[in-house]
Design a protein around this ligand. Structure first.
Ligand SMILES: Nc1ncnc2c1ncn2[C@@H]1O[C@H](COP(=O)(O)OP(=O)(O)OP(=O)(O)O)[C@@H](O)[C@H]1O
Length: 292
């Protein structure tokens, strides 16, 4: 059952919105006479439930460990009868992508709920919490500023951030019904997702996997660079290559830009272990999502 990924600035109200979602989903489940719905459970995962505090964001190492803890908790909870609400900053695009892949690998839909509280309000809320004197709550100001600076806003045009629901601060509640319909299905028709072979984990590690990841993605860049060289001023277009079509934007894409996407793709899939035969098509999809 689905993964609902909450994302937002620090102190933006992610837990506040998650609690509203939990309540709404629980009451829909309770009220349902459809056995496939009434057996559903809602699992709300956040820093409190994982026993993490806000100081983990002070150092890269502790932050990475905290992300790994969240990742494992979500992965464990994703199951046929559980709606998982991952209530955390989820501010790194690559992390959201990885969780999207996990959901897809177990045939379940996912969405992102962006808590769209403006920075100024988040800052006010955080200051209020800090001034309330509780030791465990609130972000130290430097950590707060740093997290806001690094926040990678969800983009509904990419597969891993869609469908995207944005909740403005002044809205009474998130669009719970729309989220329910998109994730669980209207009239009790539970949704399933066809796994993309590229997102299915393969148990065995192929020894030359990293070499292939590197070589194949570089090969795709070479084709793009060649094409752009042969078609100067063509204003972009569709470039059909083996296993896919690359949609090139109107302005030529520079090599450093392409290399950046390639490095991101490699680091995202370094541990994911794509089947070798899927590396090229998966990289093409990744480029198309990023070149929009
Ligand atoms: N839209 C809102 N309307 C009313 N109160 C809100 C709203 N958003 C947040 N709050 C209040 O602001 C405080 C902080 O909210 P909350 O703990 O949900 O933030 P958070 O984003 O989960 O924080 P963190 O980044 O620490 O996990 C809470 O007291 C909450 O009730």
């Amino acid at each position: 059952m689905p993964l609902i990924l909450i994302s937002g600035y620090p102190a933006s109200g992610k837990t506040y919105r998650s609690n509203q979602l939990v309540e709404s989903f629980k009451s829909k489940i309770q009220a349902s006479s459809d056995a496939r719905i009434s057996r559903l459970k809602v699992c709300h995962i956040n820093h409190q439930s994982l026993g993490l505090d806000r100081h983990v964001y002070r150092e890269a190492r502790t932050e990475k460990d905290a992300r790994a803890t969240e990742y494992s908790a979500v992965k464990r909870a994703l199951g046929k009868d559980t709606v998982v609400i991952a209530d955390s900053l989820n501010y790194i695009k690559g992390f959201r992508y990885q969780l999207y892949c996990e959901a897809k690998a177990v045939h379940t839909p996912s969405c992102v709920v962006h808590v769209g509280t403006p920075i100024s309000s988040c800052r006010e809320i955080n200051t209020r919490i800090l001034e309330s004197g509780s030791k465990d709550d609130g972000y130290p100001v430097d950590i707060f500023d740093n997290l806001v600076y690094r926040y990678e806003e969800p983009n509904g045009m990419t597969r891993w951030d869609s469908p995207l629901f944005t909740v403005p601060y002044d809205d009474e509640a998130p669009p719970c019904q729309d989220i329910w319909d998109a994730m669980v299905g209207s009239e009790g028709k539970a949704k399933t997702v066809k796994p993309n072979p590229a997102t299915v984990m393969k148990p065995a590690t192929e020894s030359d996997y990293l070499y292939e990841l590197d070589k194949i993605s570089q090969g795709v860049l070479n084709v793009i660079m060649e094409w752009q060289k042969d078609h100067p001023g063509d204003g972009g277009g569709e470039l059909a290559i083996a296993e896919g079509t690359i949609e090139l934007p109107a302005n030529p894409v520079s090599l450093p830009q392409l290399q950046r996407f390639r490095r991101q793709f490699i680091s995202l899939n370094r541990l994911h272990n794509l089947p070798k035969a899927r590396i090229r098509s998966s990289f093409i999809e990744y480029l198309n999502d990023n070149l929009v």
